[in-house]
Design a protein around this ligand. Structure first.
Ligand code: ZN
Ligand code: ZN
Length: 266
């Protein structure tokens, strides 16, 4: 069994095909999918999908690229929504200076609210960081010093220094299809550095389809190819990669009822 720890099943790319996409994933041995919220104001949409499909879970959070639209969302509101059935984590939240640098202040404010929610709920925080390595490392180090919280560096594509900082702070690290791209040397370097016990795999579908589907619409079934690329880079048996990444998922996302999955072949 393999887990797609990060996909966006509410995006219009799937719409009417969603039942087929989920069936494809199960046929490929994907036991669990987590559909990730990017706008808290649209939480109902991801939550509805998680409630419809037994093996789909969801998160709750504001993507940094949407931060300027959700600065008014309070900690209390997040804490209340986090109690919903099938919510297993917070985020994706963080910093993204790649698309737009004009809302750094808003991004930091919203990210801090998510950090506090992660502390108070004990839920892991799915972190999105792009072109913001230094600010991300600074924020994580200073916030973690004040009081700890659980973190997942998702779709890791940052520099090796942020990877090392993350590991010092007990982060889990999730790799997407980028790890299968030949030219993604920094991601390969990070994949070698992170112990397999702390690695999760994801698609970030509909984006970032792994080789051999690069450039096409991605879907959770393709996470198999990400695991394969990871096995090659770390020179591990593919079964070991399936087993370890699924184990890491259950350790981090401890709200998922692991006992329901004991029948699955690991
Ligand atoms: Zn992201
Ligand atoms: Zn995402």
């Amino acid at each position: 069994m393999l887990v797609d720890s990060h996909c966006h099943l509410d995006f219009p790319d799937f719409s009417s095909e969603l039942p087929q996409v989920i069936q494809n994933a199960h046929d490929a041995g994907i036991g669990i999918m987590t559909t990730i919220n990017t706008r808290i104001k649209q939480f109902d949409e991801v939550h509805k999908i998680a409630q419809t499909y037994p093996h789909v879970f969801c998160t709750l959070g504001t993507h940094p690229c949407n931060a300027q639209d959700e600065t008014d969302i309070t900690l209390e509101h997040i804490l209340k929504l986090a109690k919903n059935d099938k919510v297993i984590g917070l985020g994706e939240a963080g910093l993204d200076y790649f698309h737009d640098q004009s809302f750094k202040t808003e991004q930091k404010k919203v990210f801090l609210t998510h950090i506090e929610a992660a502390r108070q709920t004990g839920l892991p925080l799915v972190i999105h960081s792009r072109d913001a390595d230094d600010d991300m490392a600074d924020m994580l180090m200073s916030e973690m010093k004040q009081a700890e919280f659980k973190i997942l560096l998702h779709c890791f594509s940052s520099g090796i220094e942020l990877c090392k900082t993350g590991l010092d702070l007990n982060a889990y690290v999730s790799f997407s299809g980028i790890v299968s791209f030949k030219n993604a040397k920094n991601v390969h370097e990070a994949a070698k550095l992170v112990p397999i016990e702390r690695i999760l795999v994801e698609t970030d579908a509909p984006y970032l389809a792994p080789t051999p589907f690069r450039g096409k619409r991605n879907e959770p079934a393709y996470v198999v190819h990400t695991a394969e690329a990871l096995a090659n880079i770390k020179q591990l048996d593919i079964k070991k990669v399936h087993n370890a990444t699924t184990r890491a998922f259950f350790e981090l996302f401890s709200r998922v009822p692991e006992q329901n999955y004991q029948g699955w072949e690991l």
